[in-house]
Design a protein around this ligand. Structure first.
Ligand code: 8YV
Length: 328
């Protein structure tokens, strides 16, 4: 239990309602200018804070955690993915880590569907043609994409977001296939009419669209390796709204350029914010700036979760969204 207001250092600008509430509840140090923290500034924040509220743009490694002050007891991440934080190092030092699951599920699933449609139906190319003035009238064979209805979607990672994508995709007439550590409950499998593949390799060879929804962990790094990407059919589309590191980005760019994979819709990148130069030149790649959870409502809900996690910890309880060792 912390009697005084805890010093909470927030590393990026958050939506106004979140920042206002943080000021009311905590001794909050906000980053109103939104200049990303340097490593030195991050080290200073870790040394002074009771609670750090970072985002994906803060790489918090074991060395930084080793230098954290005795006071630091909680890293309340703004975001669900925590692959930018060395969790074992934090837990070993007695620092709890929380995230914001659940509140960005629907927004991320919406953006996933938008990418599937954008790639299959060439929406970006069409819009660019209109803007460039090259649309001179309808023709029977111009801007033909591929039909989505009736195709097979292979979902990698059937957690909250994977399931939310499956629900939407089913309504679009897609057949749902998935690869996961274990099958979903029979109730969910029946609702989604989903086919489970224990072997990712076997699923990849059979689907028309593959969409990544697993967390980035040592086990999922380059899960879509060059070898696995080559298993896809030439008309296949690859979608990623999870983490860039899960796909071998260079191999994907090469296969797209060679026409061995038909298209890609990517919201995340292996070396974010640097984008592979080859990908940037490809007309069959729709590239977005990591905006899966970027809705006003979603970002306020994420901030609320951060506040709830900090408040519960202040009151001497276990914060609801703690990352536990067995989750890693
Ligand atoms: C967040 C995300 O906006 O929550 C995540 O894991 O990938 C994004 O949608 C970002 O991580 C905020 O830290």
């Amino acid at each position: 239990m912390v009697a005084r207001k805890p010093k909470v250092i927030v590393t990026r600008k958050l939506p106004d309602p979140v920042e206002t509430r943080m000021r009311e509840l905590f001794d909050a140090e906000l980053n109103v200018d939104d200049v990303p923290f340097t490593r030195a500034r991050l080290a200073d924040a870790l040394a002074r804070a009771d609670v750090l509220a970072p985002t994906i743009t803060d790489k918090i490694d074991a060395e930084l955690i080793a230098g954290a002050g005795e006071k630091l007891k909680l890293i309340a991440n703004f975001g669900v993915g925590v692959d930018h934080i060395d969790i074992p190092a934090a837990l070993a030092k007695g620092i709890a880590v929380t995230n914001t699951p659940g509140v960005l599920t629907e927004d991320t699933a919406d953006l996933t569907m938008a990418l599937i449609m954008a790639v299959a139906r060439r929406i970006l190319e069409g819009a660019q043609a209109v803007q460039a003035g090259t649309f001179t009238g309808w023709t029977p064979t111009w801007m033909m994409g591929r039909r989505v209805t009736g195709k097979r979607l292979g979902i990698i990672g059937m957690g909250r977001i994977g399931q939310a994508v499956a629900r939407r995709a089913k309504a679009f007439g897609l057949q749902i296939h998935y690869h996961n550590r274990k099958p979903v409950s029979s109730r969910i499998a029946e609702e989604l009419e989903a086919t489970y593949w224990e072997s990712l390799d076997q699923m990849l060879a059979r689907v028309d669209i593959v969409s990544v929804h697993s967390p980035h962990t040592p086990a999922t790094y380059h899960l879509l390796s060059a070898r696995r990407l080559k298993l896809l059919q030439p008309h296949a589309i690859v979608i990623n709204t999870a983490r860039g590191e899960i796909i071998d980005e260079q191999a994907l760019a090469d296969l797209l350029a060679q026409g061995k994979i038909a298209g890609a819709g990517l919201d995340v990148f292996e070396f974010e914010p640097t984008i592979n130069a080859k990908l940037l030149k490809l007309p069959n790649a729709v590239l977005l700036p990591h905006m899966g959870s970027a809705t006003l409502e979603g970002r306020i809900d994420m901030g609320e979760k951060v506040i709830i996690n900090i408040r519960t910890w202040m009151d001497g309880h276990k914060p609801p969204d703690r990352i536990l060792p067995q989750m890693l």
